[in-house]
Write a protein that binds this ligand. Sequence first.
Ligand SMILES: *Cc1c(COP(=O)(O)O)cnc(C)c1O
Length: 220
Amino acid sequence: MSVAGRLAAVRSTLPEGVTLVAVSKFHPVEALREAYDAGQRIFAESRVQELLPKTQAMPADVCWHFIGHLQRNKAKMVVGCADLIESVDSLALLALIDRLAAERGIVQRVLLEAHVAAEEAKSGFDPAELLGWFAGGGYRELRATHICGIMGMATNTDDAARIDADFAALATLLRDIHAAAPDLRGCDILSMGMSHDYPAAIAHGATHVRVGTAIFGERQ
Ligand SMILES: *Cc1c(COP(=O)(O)O)cnc(C)c1O
């Protein structure tokens, strides 16, 4: 099936109000172009060296999300280039993004990545630590960063109960953040769910799903 055909098939499964982020990492610009021509405007990349050329090659009205681990020495290239950095996984990175955005005179939109999966290898904040940081008002020190919500991944497993528990934990974390930081505004994005598990994520309240393989096919 074509990219346009698979995109339409994925779209047909999404309830109103759920935003589709097309994860285009490792796919050539031609594939992104096909999705663009079929109406897709939000794309996500996980590597800086891939994000930059693709932003040049694609039309200016594309909204770019960055979803990979962002090394601090590359943050400068992503701030102001990505419309939403979904994968902020440490306070040091958050502070750096804030400083870079302030220097450039922009407001950088970010999500904080929370780690709920069983795998040690996955990155992200420990939910309890993150909650403590919000309760302590740490976010009030940010000058040029807008925390728009949280991002997470479920354990990579066939165990549906474990996947459900992970998505439930992410949804609970966002609610707990709202309770801990009642003055927080516009922090409502819950980005979770990938090709193999996004229906479960939606059932648990995902506002954004990040779908790659189901749209573009297997990565090279
Ligand atoms: C690659 C990736 C996805 C998309 O995965 P698919 O299984 O191809 O849908 C989603 N989120 C993140 C953070 C990724 O790195």
